[in-house]
Design a protein around this ligand. Sequence first.
Ligand code: PGA
Length: 248
Amino acid sequence: MRKKLIAANWKMYKTPSEALSFVEAFLPLVAGHTRDEIVLFPSITSLATVISRVRGTNVAAGAQTMHWANEGAYTGHTSPVMLTTLGATHVLIGHSENRQYDNETDERINLKVKAAISHGLTPLLCIGEQLDERESGKTEDVLASQLAGALAGFPKEHADKLVVAYEPVWAIGTGLTATPEIAEETHVIVRNHMAQHLGDTANEIRILYGGSVKPENSRSLLEQPNIDGALVGGASLKADSFAAIVKY
Ligand code: PGA
């Protein structure tokens, strides 16, 4: 059984005090909820605040990206060591916004995924096709190539630690959600390609869906057998809305 993971991607929203207010309101709403794993991804300036408040609860926290090196002359970046020292347990890698705006290439994503694993951080590897790619029938090729790039040389014995987030780019922040059928069908494709790289362990890897997940559609998506959680942007910014998704 794959325990579902429901994650909040706050992107570039919330100051530390706003993040703390969210956590204060959110924790009572999900107290005792152990059916699913819950992870918050605040911006880097709020991460320490969030981690110290969720410590010892059923909620974990991680970073939205990181560098792969332990340290070095990389102005503006954060290393895996810095994250683990802070108490972060998870890290988003290869979000489509980073691929689009921050020159996040498959090669860099590959280094980051492997660095996360070697530091004991759970990587949430994000993949997804653009609208024109879906419309021209290239979805499977795009996902296969993103997976091949990200997973080159990935240590198979750690495959169960990997989490993948399938986020069709056309569904992110647009209000357009993939139907549960389209999402399920695509998750099966993703799982089959992961099996090519990682063998049978692919059955243990959680594949989250992301892209306009909200309280109204979370249940129909999360009921699908190959949808093992959700990566939620806009609808995760309010405690009651994110709690409703967690308790779909
Ligand atoms: P959204 O974002 O829920 O606002 O579509 C999801 C994401 O980018 O992870």
